[in-house]
Design a protein around this ligand. Sequence first.
Ligand SMILES: [Zn+2]
Length: 289
Amino acid sequence: MKGAGNFLTGLCVPPVRVGAWSRGLASPSLLPLLVVSIHDVSPRTRAACDELIGDLAAQGVAKTSLLIVPNHHGHGHFLEDEEFCAWLANRAREGHEIVPHGYFHRRDRRPGESARDRWVTRVYTADEGEFFDLSRDEATTLLERGKADFQRFRSTYAPALPEPRGFIAPAWLLGAAAEEAVRAAGYEYTTRLAWFEDLARGRRMRTQSLVWSPRSAARRAISLAWNAFLFRRLDRAATPVVRLGIHPPDAAFPPLRRQIGRLTSRALARGRRPATYAEALDAWRAAGQ
Ligand SMILES: [Zn+2]
C-alpha cells in the first residue's frame, strides 16, 4: 500500500471557484448527486476497501465507483487472485462500478525532469503519477493491456457486466497525450481533482473532489479542516455532483472515517442521491446540456 493516497490535499490545491462549471450545467433536471469513489482497489488493499464499503453502506451509500489497479506496483496482477476477482464481481453485481485506474500505479523517474515535474510527481504524489507524462503510444499500450485484462475478468467472472466506461489516472494526473489515448480507447469519461469530464462530448464539469491525506498527523488535521470547508462550499453552490475520493489508507484513521460518514450523511440529508460516475455521466447527459 506504499504511497497510496499520498496527496497534499489542501496544501497544494488553490481554492476552487465552485459553481463556476463550464457551459451552464446547473440544470434543474440534473438531480444533485453524491459520487463516492474508492481509489487503488487491488488484492493488496481489498481488506481496507471492504471496511470502507461497509462504512458507506451503513450510511446509505450502497454503490461506489471502484478504481481498480490491474497490477498494483507490479506486486501481483488482480487476475491471478481468484478470490479477489470473485469479490470484485460480487461488488459489481451489487451496483458498484468498475473503473480502470492506471495499470501499475507507479511512475518511473525520467532524466532531465523540470522542477515543476519533480514537484508534481514526487511531492504532490510519491512517484504514483503513472499517466502524468506518458506519450500517446505508451499510454495506448497500457490502456490496451488493461482493456484486455478487464475483458478477461468479465468473461470469466461477470459475463453480464458491461465494459468499463471511464478511466481515471492515478493521482488524477493525466497528461494531454495520455488523455488523447484514453479518448481514442473509447472511454467516455475521466476525472481530475477539480473536474468531471465527458470525453465523448468534450465537456467538463468543475467539481473538486474531497480527498484525504493520511500520511502524517499534520496532513490529517489539514485534510479534516479542508474537506469540511470544501464540502460547505460545494453544498452552498448547489454543485450538481459532489465527489468524495477515498483511499485505502484512510480506513486506518477513525477521525477520517468519522468525517467521511458525517459528510456522506449530510449530503444524503440534503437530498443528494448516491451514484456511480457512470450514472452521473448519464444524468448529466440526460439533463440535455
Ligand atoms: Zn490511485
